[in-house]
Design a protein around this ligand. Structure first.
Ligand code: ZN
Length: 309
């Protein structure tokens, strides 16, 4: 009897231990990836983003807390296409976790699953600015890419955790269905923007423009990652006036002095768009992200029509 009790308590202990470590530990480089992973993983995974969305995702500092997260992770999901080139490689090296090193099953570079825009042909040099030679990495700003991102995440989660594979596929199907419906709604709301040219601060909105059929005529940055000087701003002033460009779109984390100057000179409207989940307190998931972007752009667009700017 004593033995039996011992055996049962040992079994209970083991079951407990198995339950405690059931959740797959996922770290992502950005909040957008974390938001989509949460949609697909549900309670079967624990997700943490390495960087907050209140800062420029091209730059981050490898803090001890980030090293700890990578050290404990079963799966690392990144944007790729050199987006994290400045900070992820040293972080991976310090974390010494072979599961999430490149080439292993715990390393998922989503950029390899996406048809990237803006690929550079010919030689690339630092003189061209902070260019992304492999293609533009801001692809999460096309909600159609959200579906491809979710599929890649679901496939890898299923591979790493067969036990919950059916759950991941069910959640993926639901996410896809909801997103496809919303994409139709967003495209309807932004139909008036179709064919229009806007100015962007950085080269980050080409996917958004592609999804909603508007164009980016020029950037406030003369080269990616380089702040504008007086001559580039004056070039923009004449271009905005000549081509009657009505809207300037930008992320919240860039300096606003340049856009205010352009607004004073040309009356161009400044639309500060959340670029990622978490960029504003009311953007809590991937659906909120486009709800806000579409609302802000629609408002800017309606002001143009009525000439109320
Ligand atoms: Zn960029």
């Amino acid at each position: 009897m004593k033995h039996l009790i011992k055996t049962i308590s040992l079994l209970l202990l083991l079951c407990g231990a198995v339950n405690v470590q059931a959740a797959l530990r996922v770290v992502t480089t950005t909040e957008d990836l974390a938001a989509i992973a949460r949609e697909i993983g549900g309670p079967a995974i624990e997700v943490e983003s390495l960087t907050p969305s209140t800062r420029d995702p091209h730059f981050a500092e490898a803090k001890p807390s980030m090293i700890r997260k990578v050290y404990r992770a079963d799966l690392l999901i990144l944007i790729g296409a050199d987006m994290e080139i400045g900070w992820l490689p040293p972080l991976l090296q310090s974390a010494r976790n072979s599961r999430v090193q490149g080439g292993n099953s715990g390393f998922l570079d989503i950029s390899t699953e996406i048809p990237l825009l803006g690929k550079m042909s010919g030689p690339v040099s630092r003189a061209m600015g902070d260019v992304h030679a492999k293609g533009n990495p801001h692809y999460w700003l096309d909600p159609r890419n959200g579906i491809l991102m979710a599929r890649a995440i679901a496939a890898r989660l299923s591979e790493l955790d067969h036990e919950h594979s059916a759950d991941y596929q069910t959640r993926l199907a639901s996410f896809e269905e909801r997103l496809k419906q919303k994409i139709v709604d967003w495209q309807t709301s932004l139909a008036p923007l179709k064919g229009q040219a806007v100015i962007a601060y950085h080269t980050s909105f080409i996917y958004l423009a592609d999804a909603f059929n508007f164009t980016i005529a020029d950037e406030v940055e003369p080269k990616p990652g380089i702040s504008p000087g007086a001559s580039h701003l004056n070039h923009l002033v004449s271009r905005i006036k000549r081509e009657k460009i009505g809207i300037l779109i930008m992320e919240p984390y860039y300096e606003q002095r340049s856009s205010r100057y352009l607004n004073e000179q040309t009356d161009i409207q400044i639309a500060v768009l959340p670029q990622s989940v978490g960029a504003r307190p009311d953007v809590k998931n991937y659906f909120d992200l486009f709800d806000r972007i579409v609302a802000i752009l629609s408002e800017a667009q309606s002001k143009l029509k009525t000439g109320a700017q």
